[in-house]
Ligand binder design. Structure first.
Ligand code: THU
Length: 148
């Protein structure tokens, strides 16, 4: 399943709108029912408004009413070179994305697995979200986790 999830993230990276950084990222979320939802980075001419792939896929999950079904997320990316996405370093989520993922994880009442991979999938790292963002502030601190 990890292989399928990584492939889905890699394919999504192919749709990245990243003409400014030339760095394409895809993210794929595995849901409790085994289905997969994908997203990619969406940059903006006003650079600071750019959205990371992870944030895009989580906003899509929210729009589909499936935030609580999140189980795992895979992130794949690298440098755009013509149409190719290249690189052998794994893409690890930025701080903002770790916080956004924590929102979904706490609502799902579980820790989630984060797979971080290079564009060529030669390097894949696997983390618990709680290790990437320890001691978070989240919806559980706002009393929103149990009966909402
Ligand atoms: N980016 C992501 O989409 N996810 C990450 O985990 C790291 C960075 C994007 C943001 C920006 O469009 C480009 O990669 C370069 O930072």
């Amino acid at each position: 399943m990890s292989e399928t999830l990584l492939q889905a993230a890699k394919e999504a990276a192919g749709n990245a709108h990243a003409p400014y950084s030339r760095f394409a990222v895809g993210a794929a979320v595995l849901l409790a029912d085994g289905s997969i939802v994908t997203g990619c980075n969406f940059e903006n001419a006003s650079y600071g408004l750019s959205l990371c792939a992870e944030t895009v896929v989580l906003a899509t999950l929210n729009a589909q009413g499936k935030l609580r079904q999140i189980r795992e997320i895979a992130i794949v990316g690298g440098t755009l070179n013509r149409r190719e996405i290249r690189g052998s370093s794994p893409v690890r989520p930025c701080g903002r994305c770790r916080q956004v993922m924590t929102e979904a994880a706490q609502l799902a009442l579980r820790d989630i697995i984060v797979h971080c991979a290079s564009a060529d999938l030669s390097v894949v790292e696997k983390f618990w979200l709680s290790d990437l963002l320890p001691l978070p502030f989240g919806p559980s601190d706002m009393g929103l986790v149990q009966d909402d």
